[in-house]
Design a protein around this ligand. Structure first.
Ligand SMILES: O=P(O)(O)O[C@@H]1[C@@H](OP(=O)(O)O)[C@H](OP(=O)(O)O)[C@H](O)[C@H](OP(=O)(O)O)[C@H]1OP(=O)(O)O
Ligand SMILES: Nc1ncnc2c1ncn2[C@@H]1O[C@H](COP(=O)(O)OP(=O)(O)OP(=O)(O)O)[C@@H](O)[C@H]1O
Length: 470
């Protein structure tokens, strides 16, 4: 990428989240991830070039030195902080504005600093000699939110030991208008992954979980897109039957990608409580479901990192206050304790060498605060699975009904969560739990009588993956 010859016409809108907007290059497998600011105080809160560059470099360092060792080298692409010509960034911002979803327009793209994070475009597979595939790769993005119930003795509300935060948070978001309906997604202890968060084919989004959409119709449309990938060209199957086959084939590939590990004989047993009472999966199904993950598969790595939060925010809060008090008494130690980074190897050491029991020290408190923040990142990252078919057209395939697939698995959105957000998390936790108790507990029994979802279930409204013992 020649930074002095940047042309907005070489880039197009790719997607965005709460904190960043992503554009992809039309020719090369590259994306630029730009910061976003709230429209309300964009003028006041924007960063100078140096501040923005430092912020982005922090993200790169954190990804490289902290998250990569924890989550595994092969899943992480840390990228590079770049400085772009301001003219290019301004033109780009105008160009992408009309593509942006309305729900994200409460924030504006950073056109002040000229800084961005340059990353490989993970919706594309790096060239593979075995593939003579003309179809664009298929890409599925999944956000694996917190996958366990707290086992901390600091938890004061019993409901937190029964219902996962994700399920409780949904009720809160529903009440506050962020979501329009409850989702069946519940990742608690790997029992289920509600499928198909976002599917991208050749850089275009072909399916996205919309909370007010007709899910069945959407899935039928998705199945039409997927047919060429999963059904041989001469197949006579059509309609509902083919949708079912195609979606089940897709699920198989996704499960392989999520569970593939260096050593499939090794599995990890989950620690702590495994069942979320609010999960809309039938209890019998949950009881019969395997709670093991192959060691080192992507879900196992993410779950292990999420579980660094082993005190729960209720146990963490007093330690945060201990750190705050210490910083008031010894403000100069903020830097050596690496409260705001730098995210170096020694930051990782503070996490890994944190004493297991509270010895009253500041080292313990800081270690737990750092662990909590890292766990928060792992609870908010995304997994991107990029799939391409191969071998189908070279005549060597013995079973034409089962084209072979090659895929890559990456983890993205690994930004550090701010130290300052801990008090907010503590207040939010209370609000979520109180709201859940107020709004749902009298009806709790009803949650136990839901229908079973397994694979592609026409009668149900969702498509859910359930991991069975193998
Ligand atoms: O609070 P949660 O669990 O809803 O997670 C937020 C996400 O909501 P989601 O669960 O995807 O609907 C939220 O994602 P969306 O805006 O919903 O895409 C953000 O990722 C947010 O992180 P940040 O404040 O941008 O650093 C996330 O906030 P934190 O991870 O900082 O809590
Ligand atoms: N390297 C990449 N390759 C391809 N697509 C990407 C890449 N990085 C991000 N994206 C896409 O852009 C979207 C937004 O990026 P990202 O999740 O990093 O934004 P965010 O603002 O940090 O999200 P959040 O709302 O979780 O805070 C992602 O959901 C993904 O679809």
């Amino acid at each position: 990428m020649e930074l002095d010859k940047m042309d907005e016409n070489d880039w197009k809108y790719h997607g965005e989240g709460n904190k960043s907007l992503v554009v992809s290059n039309v020719q090369h497998a590259r994306v630029l991830r730009l910061l976003k600011y709230s429209t309300e105080d964009a003028e006041n809160s924007h960063k100078t070039t140096e501040q923005a560059f430092r912020h982005i470099q922090n993200i790169v360092d954190y990804s490289q030195n902290v998250m990569k060792p924890l989550l595994g080298e092969k899943f992480i692409h840390n990228g590079e902080a770049v400085k772009l010509p301001l003219d290019f960034v301004r033109q780009l911002s105008l160009k992408v504005q009309q593509e942006r979803p309305e729900s994200r327009c409460d924030k504006v793209m950073d056109t002040f600093s000229g800084c961005a994070l340059c990353l490989p475009n993970l919706t594309q597979l790096s060239s593979c000699c075995c593939c003579r595939e003309h179809r664009p790769p298929l890409c599925i993005e999944i956000k694996p939110k917190c996958g366990f119930l707290p086992s901390s003795r600091h938890v004061t509300k019993e409901i937190k030991n029964q219902v996962c935060r994700f399920c409780m948070h949904q009720h809160f978001k529903l009440a506050h208008g962020k979501w329009k309906r409850l989702s069946r997604y519940c990742l608690i202890t790997q029992t289920a992954v509600s499928l198909l968060s976002v599917s991208i084919q050749g850089g275009e989004c072909i399916y996205s979980c919309k909370d007010d959409a007709d899910v069945l119709q959407d899935l039928d449309e998705l199945a039409q897109h997927l047919r060429p990938y999963f059904l041989p060209s001469g197949s006579l199957m059509n309609g509902h039957q083919s949708s079912k086959v195609v979606l089940n084939e897709l699920i198989q590939v996704i499960v392989s990608a999520l569970l593939s590990s260096w050593d499939p004989r090794k599995t990890h047993l989950s620690e702590g409580r495994v069942r979320c009472e609010a999960s809309l999966l039938h209890r019998d199904l949950l009881r019969n479901t395997n709670h093991c993950l192959p060691k080192d598969c992507v879900l196992d790595k993410i779950l292990g990192t999420q579980m660094l939060d082993n005190l729960d925010i209720e146990g963490l809060n007093p330690l945060f206050k201990r750190v705050e008090q210490h910083l008031q008494d010894f403000p100069k130690e903020r830097s050596s304790l690496q409260i705001d980074g730098p995210y170096t190897h020694s930051f990782l050491e503070k996490i890994q060498k944190c004493p297991t029991e509270d010895d009253g020290s500041i080292e313990y408190a800081v270690g737990k605060v750092h662990q909590y923040r890292v766990a928060m990142t792992a609870k908010d990252c995304s997994i991107m699975i990029t799939i391409a078919t191969c071998g189908e057209e070279d005549g060597l395939e013995i079973q034409p009904s089962k084209p072979r697939f090659t895929y890559s698995v990456s983890i993205l959105d690994l930004d550090p969560k701010p130290y300052e957000s801990i008090p907010h998390q503590s207040r939010l936790d209370s609000k979520i739990v109180n709201h859940y108790l107020r709004s749902t507990l009298p009806n709790n029994q009803e949650l136990t009588n839901q229908s079973v979802f397994l694979g592609w279930d026409r009668e149900g409204e969702d498509c859910t993956l359930v991991f069975h013992p193998v």
